[in-house]
Ligand binder design. Structure first.
Ligand code: ADP
Ligand code: MG
Length: 707
């Protein structure tokens, strides 16, 4: 069998049918995809010891002969126990497995096996549930063993074996890092690094491989950014002169007073937009700090100056919500009395503001097109944009598609910007004149790190919450606390408040999370009084159905919304005062913080209940931290510490840019990548002398684009 990077994984032994589908759920189709599925953790079974020398709590590999093996029900009768005695000349040890009766057939008495796991000496020396394989194989034992994320019925054993047989294909990986970087940094070659990251021979080899692969990712990221920046900065921007009187009157229409932080950020933005150099500003503010209001001021300023604006939201739900919110805010402003008649905010509306109330704010997603609160066809919308009737377009990725032409585009706002790839932003930004760019994030990134990740940008920080906000009271809920919790929830509902219940994805292949949502909702229907109105929101709903669910919740026609994490980002229903997070141990810290941020959005006291199903030490620390503080910056720091210990590679959930491998702990490497890319681009700005690297940057840009 000849293996190539592009060969489908189904050629590998043990992969076919169901397992092929499971792999596809993990995004793995080709051998290349498989090799890029890096472990999230390693078990170090590289230490082998004679049985006589085993101590309590040792993590080791033991090799010996099975003397006897038998299966029996446990005392309680709930599990089956398979027990073996294994001897190696120096001594013998008891080995126990739960609910794996077939082992009795596989590991027959007399066979030689390698076992890896932890020794427990509390009840006589025992290896509990060790991994096993025929002696001397060294796939699952006797080495540093990779641990991968799985899906469906795919087992670790099978995936590991498949990975091992795929390794020869790494020979095809061409080196694209420049020689001087490899030499100076003593990085292993690309193919060596990929082999070692799965099956390292030593800790040092593994560390070198991880460093090289992370560097590679960060370096390409820097080069992609440089590419986008170069394209952008050579172009002049559309200066949008500011009109202080207008801005004052606009802000006066808000139902609240701006915080000082909002005022300052808005001021920095409108000043940037006056220049003929494109703005590149990141607005950073914890959940609930009021980024939308700042964005609205930025947009109003642009519309007033005659330009158009685009607002890019990461999810359809959020796009719908922000279009509505901006539509209202900007319309109210348009009918409010202005100081000078000739500077009326929106000229089209000004013709007859009260009667037509034609809004300039439109929505475009994959499934919806609306102008103001009127559903229209995509075609009608696009032509309204083209002729300038619509000058503020809110939407999802759909905005980036071909055929969306926004004349006079002067400002692009990107909400939760880490969710968009470089290439996606590029599509909106690469035009002449270059639009000003306002990126927004709730991720607390220190200034220095932001500069390193995103290159030359300016930063505005909302480090102040709107007045009167009470910190969300956060409690851990165990079985005995459930009754009092629901009693409290009922008093909130009685008082007219609303409740979120968020459910985790139970099975990674069930990416829509409908299963747990249905179960929880069915349970609540039984246990809560009949008059409580329960709604559902999960990924299997069509976008229309999602919009309806959110809208009825917003209108107060649903009391309890049972949802998956589709509510995680940005949903703003200030009347909701309780957030219940079921299976809370399955969420990361920043996700918990985001979810909790859905309540506490008014001057009402709000509550967050964390209901763990189980209780690992990790989860405990995370949940305890969440109860201790509501400060996003503090939580981010704790998160860093906690995760530094556990996972080796980044996860898509951190709120940090979606690197596959690098994490927030890799700042030094990030700086290194930035320095090397700057040095390289000085001598070879278009990478003409490094064709393989140039090709790789292009591929990376396209990949981001496809996601
Ligand atoms: P985020 O920064 O998380 O995007 P939002 O912009 O959604 O926050 O604002 C959160 C809520 O706070 C919204 O309901 C908004 O109307 C309200 N809000 C924003 N600014 C203020 C303010 N200065 N005073 C009172 N409420 C505010
Ligand atoms: Mg927001």
């Amino acid at each position: 069998m000849s293996l190539h990077l592009s060969t489908p994984v189904s050629v590998l032994p043990g992969i076919g049918g169901l397992t092929e589908k499971d792999l596809r759920n993990l995004g793995i189709i080709s051998i290349r995809d498989l090799l890029l599925h890096v472990p999230f953790r390693y078990d170090d079974y590289s230490v082998s010891k004679p049985i006589s020398q085993l101590r309590h709590d040792d993590t080791v590999t033991v090799t010996g002969k099975v003397r006897q093996i038998e299966t029996r029900p446990s005392k309680s009768g709930r599990v089956t126990l398979t027990e073996a005695i294994v001897e190696d000349g120096s001594g013998e040890i008891k080995v126990t497995w739960f609910n794996q009766p077939y082992l009795e057939k596989t590991l027959r008495a007399g066979s030689m096996v390698s076992l890896a796991g932890r020794v427990d000496s509390r009840m006589g020396r025992t290896l509990v549930s060790p991994v096993w394989e025929p002696a001397g194989k060294r796939v699952h034992t006797g080495r540093i063993v990779p641990v991968y994320s799985l899906s469906g019925s795919l087992t670790m054993r099978r995936l590991r074996s498949a990975m091992l047989s795929a390794l020869p294909a790494t020979d095809e990986c061409l080196e694209f890092l420049p020689k001087d970087i490899l030499e100076t940094e003593s990085f292993p070659s690309r193919s060596d690094a990929l082999r070692s990251v799965h099956f390292p021979e030593s800790r040092q080899e593994l560390d070198a491989a991880i460093t090289r692969l992370k560097f590679e990712e960060l370096f390409l990221h820097q080069l992609m950014f440089a590419e986008v920046r170069r394209e952008r900065l050579v172009r002049p921007a559309h200066p949008a002169p500011m009109d202080v009187e207008f801005l004052k009157s606009f802000v006066a229409t808000f139902p609240f007073t701006l915080t000082n932080a909002q005022r300052k950020a808005a001021w920095e933005i409108v000043q940037d937009c006056e220049k003929d150099k494109p703005m590149n500003r990141l607005l950073e503010g914890d959940v609930g700090s009021g980024k939308t209001a700042v964005a609205a001021i930025a947009i109003a300023n642009i519309l007033h100056a005659g330009g158009s604006a685009a607002y890019l939201a990461p999810t359809e739900i959020l796009a719908v919500q922000q279009q509505r919110s901006l539509s209202t805010t900007l319309e109210i402003a348009s009918v409010a009395p202005l100081s000078r008649n000739d500077k009326v905010f929106i000229s089209v509306i000004a013709r007859s503001p009260q009667t037509t109330r034609q809004s300039l704010v439109a929505l475009l997603t994959a499934s919806q097109a609306r102008i103001g609160n009127r559903d229209v066809s995509r075609k009608e919308l696009l032509s309204a944009v083209l002729d300038g009737t619509v000058r503020c377009l809110v939407g999802t990725h759909a905005l980036l598609q071909q055929g969306v032409e926004i004349p006079n585009l002067t400002l692009v706002v990107v909400d939760e910007q880490h969710r968009f790839g470089v290439q996606q932003r590029k599509a909106l930004l690469e035009r002449t004149p270059a639009p000003h760019l306002l990126s927004m994030t709730a991720t607390p990134i220190p200034r220095s790190l932001a500069l390193t990740i995103y290159g030359d940008l300016d930063l505005s920080v909302l480090d102040e919450m709107p007045k009167g906000r009470k910190p969300v009271m956060t409690r851990l809920v165990f079985l005995k606390d459930k009754q009092p919790m629901w009693e409290h929830v009922m008093t909130e509902i009685q008082a007219g408040r609303q409740v979120f219940v968020v459910c985790p994805l139970i099975d990674p292949s069930d990416t829509m999370g409908s299963k747990s949502v249905f179960e929880v909702a069915a349970g609540l229907k039984k246990s809560l009084p009949d008059h409580v109105r329960i709604g559902l929101l999960h990924g299997k709903l069509s976008s229309d159905e999602k919009a309806v669910a959110i809208e009825t919740f917003r209108l107060g026609q649903i009391d309890v919304l049972v949802a998956t994490t589709v509510v995680e980002v940005g949903v703003d229903v200030p009347n909701a005062s309780v957030m219940i997070i079921s299976g809370a141990e399955r969420f990361g810290l920043s996700q918990l913080h985001q979810l909790r941020g859905r309540v506490g959005r008014s001057d009402q006291q709000s509550y967050c209940y964390l209901m763990p199903d189980s209780w690992s030490p990790d989860a405990k620390e995370r949940l305890m931290a969440t109860t201790r503080t509501t400060n996003g910056f503090e939580l981010a720091e704790i998160d860093l510490k906690l995760r530094g210990a556990g996972n080796v590679f980044g996860t898509a959930q951190s709120g940090f840019p979606d690197f596959r491998l690098a994490t927030e702990t890799d700042v030094p490497l990030m700086k290194k990548a930035r320095d090397w890319s700057a040095r390289l681009l000085e001598t070879d700005p278009r990478l003409e002398l490094h064709p393989l690297l140039r090709e790789q940057v292009k591929v990376s840009l396209d990949e981001v684009h496809m996601e």
